[in-house]
Design a protein around this ligand. Structure first.
Ligand code: HEM
Length: 499
């Protein structure tokens, strides 16, 4: 290879960075020419640099690393990455805020997203989690309204506490998540000191068709730590990219963050008797009832080489799964299985799985998915483009890999139970306030934390103009704990007077 020189995107040498081709007139002025491909291409590409940002979870940090299995979990799942202690699987991680746009401050109070791609030897597995174990809704149809109420008002283009609280008063099942959000957990000290949770119930499955229900927990080895409101506001002003910088610099210095990964495991028969609906994402499973079992550790040890290629073009979806893991009947999870690939096709294009950051490291052979915009492999050449062709005989996974155990019918009695449980509950019951009340007591064990949580809600709530709506918010928190509702009223009124 000779010496490197600049070219245009199709190889034509790039003449210079200082002169567009012009016809000079006598008075020294110049006329730009259409023949100046260099100028046209340079401007045209610049105008097209942006792709749509994610409609939620736009601002994020990302890194690569390893998941290491700490146990042989073949008693509960056939997933190969979990079937040998010490087995390592490469990982891509993207940690985000939810509502604010890509230029926003990292430490803005918000739920934080945790999207992880495990490049396993049986294909990619995406874990698309949050830093809270519950969620605001249990019916997926509410998701767009939830997010719009947290984002900008259509007229003022400002975040709007009136919309925010109006939504939550009308959808009180989110009270458990609201308490998490307005507690110190809404402002983690760093991404390295943050936990993450599947929230949803998933299934760990075995080749014989049997399965366990699981919830996945990812806990930082540093211990979860948070900022106060005052600290988070100060950091947001001084360094809006604080989390990104902290994670990047820690990894550059070799100070690799580590998390321990656990599952809570529940038998289907136990699910039928459990006090809580396991498909309702506003509820947790008590650790006393279902203790944590460690399955692995996660170490992030490599920064992206290029943020856009590695992180912005990454596409995560709960539907990206491997044998041994399956979705439960949680309706929010079921909706998500559709929403993410749909979003990726819009945001990145139909062949987004071919982008290097999304491509599986395990062998991929799907010649029945052909063509489409921006295809850039050899498109399976002349291979048959339909499944089961005798022209190029190809086996199915069960024939090659599994022990061939006969699968049990999935239409068991348990499936009938699921059918009955997942008739959806818009109805709010007293039970919906039991776990939030317990969380409020847990917050109370940390000196000053209840007062800080009330203060965090009050400074947000004071932006609500309607006295009636404010009263409805106090009433909502009173249902968790009478004193909490009353203290919130006092704190909000004091904040209104002093503002
Ligand atoms: C009905 C409920 C939900 C819907 C329809 C939904 C939809 C979406 C969409 C469309 C995106 C943007 C994807 C992209 O452009 O690549 C997204 C991102 C994300 N969502 Fe959800 N979501 C839902 C609930 C949840 C829940 C319950 C969690 C956590 C347990 C969650 C975690 C995330 C994360 C972490 C991301 C960022 C992914 C990334 O880093 O690329 N979402 N969601």
């Amino acid at each position: 290879m000779g010496e490197r020189y600049y070219t245009l995107s199709e190889g034509c040498p790039y003449a210079s960075n200082s002169t567009s081709v012009q016809v000079r007139n006598r008075s020294g002025g110049g006329l730009a020419l259409l023949q100046d491909t260099q100028l046209i291409e340079t401007l045209a590409h610049f105008s097209r640099e942006r792709i749509p940002e994610r409609v939620v979870h736009a601002k994020a940090a990302g890194a690569y690393g390893e998941f290491e299995a700490t146990d042989d979990c073949s008693d509960i799942t056939s997933a190969s990455f979990l079937n040998k202690a010490g087995k390592e699987t490469p990982v891509l991680l993207r940690v985000s805020t939810v509502g604010p746009e890509t230029g926003s401050a990292d430490t803005a109070r918000d739920v934080h997203g945790w999207a992880m791609k495990l490049y396993t030897d049986e294909g990619n597995l995406d874990w698309v989690f949050n830093n809270t174990p519950v969620f605001f809704i249990r019916d997926p149809i509410k998701f767009p309204s939830l997010n719009r109420s947290h984002k900008r008002h259509p007229r003022t283009h400002l975040p709007d506490p009136n919309m925010f609280w109006d939504f939550h008063v009308g959808n009180p099942e989110g009270i458990h998540e609201l308490l998490h959000l307005f507690s110190d957990r809404g402002t983690p000290r760093s991404l390295r000191e943050m936990n993450a949770y599947s929230g949803h119930t998933y299934k760990f499955t075995k080749e014989d068709g049997s399965f366990k229900y699981v919830k996945i927990h990812i806990r930082t080895a540093l211990g979860a730590k948070n900022m106060t409101r005052e600290e988070s506001i100060k950091v947001a002003g001084e360094n809006p990219d604080f989390y990104i910088q902290d994670l990047f610099e820690a990894i550059e210095k070799g100070n690799y963050p580590v998390w321990n990964v656990y599952v809570q495991v529940m038998d289907p028969a136990e699910a039928e008797k459990y006090r809580w609906n396991i498909f309702d994402m506003t509820k947790i499973w008590s650790h006393k009832d279902f203790p944590l079992r460690q399955i692995g550790t996660l170490t992030m040890n490599r920064n992206p080489q290029n943020y856009f290629a590695d992180i912005e073009q990454a596409a995560f979806s709960p539907s990206t799964m491997v044998p041994g893991i399956a979705a439960s009947a949680d309706p929010v999870l079921q909706a998500r299985l559709f929403a993410y690939p749909d979003a990726a096709r819009y945001r990145l294009g139909v062949n987004y799985q071919q982008l290097p950051t999304n491509a599986a490291k395990a062998p991929v052979y799907c010649p029945f998915q052909r063509d489409g915009k921006m295809r850039y492999d050899n498109n399976y050449g002349s291979d048959p483009n339909y499944v089961g062709s005798s022209l190029k005989p190809t086996k199915f996974y069960q024939e090659v890999k599994t022990s061939g155990t006969k699968r049990l019918s999935l239409l068991t009695e348990h499936e009938k139970w699921i059918g009955e449980v997942v008739t959806f509950q818009t109805h709010i019951a007293d039970d919906d306030f039991v776990q939030p009340a317990a969380l409020w007591d847990v917050i109370g064990r940390d000196p000053g934390h209840q007062e800080r949580t009330i203060g965090n809600i009050a400074v947000h709530l004071k932006g609500v103009q309607s006295v009636q709506l404010r009263n409805e918010v106090y009433a909502l928190f009173r249902k968790v704990n009478t004193k909490l509702g009353e203290d919130l009223r006092k704190a909000t009124e004091a904040a209104l007077v002093s503002s």
